[in-house]
Design a binder for this molecule. Sequence first.
Ligand code: UN1
Length: 503
Amino acid sequence: MSTNTAKSATYHNFIDGSWVPSVSGALFENRNPADTEDLIGVFQRSTAEDVARAVGAARSAYERWRLVPAPKRAELLFRAAQLLADRKESLARDMTREMGKVLDETRGDVQEAIDMTFFMAGEGRRQYGQTVPSELRDKFAMSIRQPVGVAAVITPWNFPMAIPSWKIIPALVCGNTVVFKPATLTPLSALNFVRILEEAGIPPGVVNLVTGGGADVVNALLVSDAVRVVSFTGSTDVGRTVSGQASPSFKKVHLEMGGKNVILIMDDANLELAVEGCLWGGFGTSGQRCTAASRVVVHEKVYKPFLEQFVARAKALRVGDGLDSQTQMGPSVSQGQLETVMKYVEIGRAEGARLECGGHALTSGALARGYFHEPTIFGDVAPSMRIAQEEIFGPVVSVIQCKSFDEAVEIGNGVQYGLSASIYTQDLNRAFAAMRDMYTGIFYVNAPTIGAEVHLPFGGTKATGNGHREAGTAALDVFSEWKSIYVDFSGRLQRAQIDTTDL
Ligand code: UN1
């Protein structure tokens, strides 16, 4: 694909209901990772000054938005969900063009945003609290959810619309206002999402978008006293910084970080199904999912036939431009990401793992204009190797042999992360034991580690998260705070915590 009409399009930040250039006037380019000659557009490179304006707008809009009844806020969100559904195809195409994953997957990404928006809009009528008996006579006791204030939403490039929707929509339904800082690699999908919210009638200042600027913009959001809650998805290293920078002002912080997810394949597994699962889990989104199955632990009795089939299928995957309907795996998102993949292939070789297939960047013909890499499988991987421990975020899968179910679970848990895990077995007892013993936030039986649904909690343990979950009604806990309320209608002073009997 060559350059096209969108070439010269310049896109703006969205602050206080207006599309505006950054204060500094600095810009950055957004290019197609499948064809770097394809310039998608030019976006604002924001600075701390733009953040200050966006936070100011969000802070003053908050005083109005928090008082809009939640079912009314939800009406606007239902409208946004319908607009997303109406434009699904063009949103997916824009997303494939700027991020690289194949069209079926970007359609799935937009669908997740649609599902999340409908689901969360429903929560506008269901923000339940508790009503409980008081200890005292003629007194009611209850708890209600209240919004937190200005929410900073910091999102990654691998799910350019789904993940922003997981954060922004619950933030809004709870009555918060938002400053949205999307990944610099996927500003168009972020902008498309915000445009739809604008069109749905979200009032000025309630959602603000600042693109580009990386660490400076993130830092400005985190040090601002006016920002009261931060929701971040990205790497564990950046998450650690986010957590540190947010703590002096005691913000509520939700972190969703790395993964080194595992599929356990037992000797009684349906191998054909397991191979399918490993292909989709390992190479879907070119391995660039925090839920990607980058480790496969296989019982020694089925190790050989599994590996043979897995390698044959991986070799046959068609790699190319995600806009081509024949393509099964797109490029890495950037030069930097491709280099990381290549670096880990070298590390794997040097550690003595067996390269079963792949291992090279793809540079022939049109592929030379993008960041393509072969689907890569290492066999005979030892659990302690770096390729079996560190998040690669690329099409590289480590296959590890084990002797028993117990050993499989031990290897599975033997990483710093705890997002997702799965087991392939026909044995109900083993499935339940693994379900209990794998220390992860998500677990699958006879399915790969990916494919979480929007109405269940999403997140992980250990270095993957900080104890919160997004999606499902769990997201309401990130974006609201409890207030306990006591109403005394006795007309006299009643003293709690005084030792009297009142029978
Ligand atoms: C991510 O991997 O970054 O579970 C999010 C899934 C998706 C979301 C993944 N629904 O695969």
